[in-house]
Design a protein around this ligand. Sequence first.
Ligand code: HEC
Length: 105
Amino acid sequence: MKNLMIATVATVALMASVTTAQADGQKTFQSACFACHGTGAAGAPMIGHKDAWAPRIAKGIATLEKHALHGFKGKKGVMPAKGGRSDLSDADVKAAVAYMVSKAK
Ligand code: HEC
């Protein structure tokens, strides 16, 4: 029960922090990336987890953008091209990458 309370509070805190950042990247993140990157599903690095993101950010933003746009298979799992949302523009996906990176700093 206590753990459930902590999890609930943590979720509310995460949602609150998510609603205060850059508009476009955030919107795209919530609609297209949250399913995996908001939960860690499929082995995705979770938003806000500095340890999970630091080695990725070290590869450079251009590499992360390329992997988000065209897909990437790493040690943890498979990142589908554009998160499986081929309807998104490249700019939308890049904004979502920037949003996740901004949350890992
Ligand atoms: C179906 C689940 C899923 C969705 C949806 C998804 N991702 Fe991912 N993503 C992954 C997984 C799994 C990895 C980790 C792959 C690995 O390193 O093994 C990943 C990794 C990444 C990385 C790091 C790539 C690298 O080179 O380390 C970026 C950037 C990224 N995703 C961006 C996005 C963006 C932006 C979206 C939304 C448009 C998105 N992802 C949607 C599963 C997903």
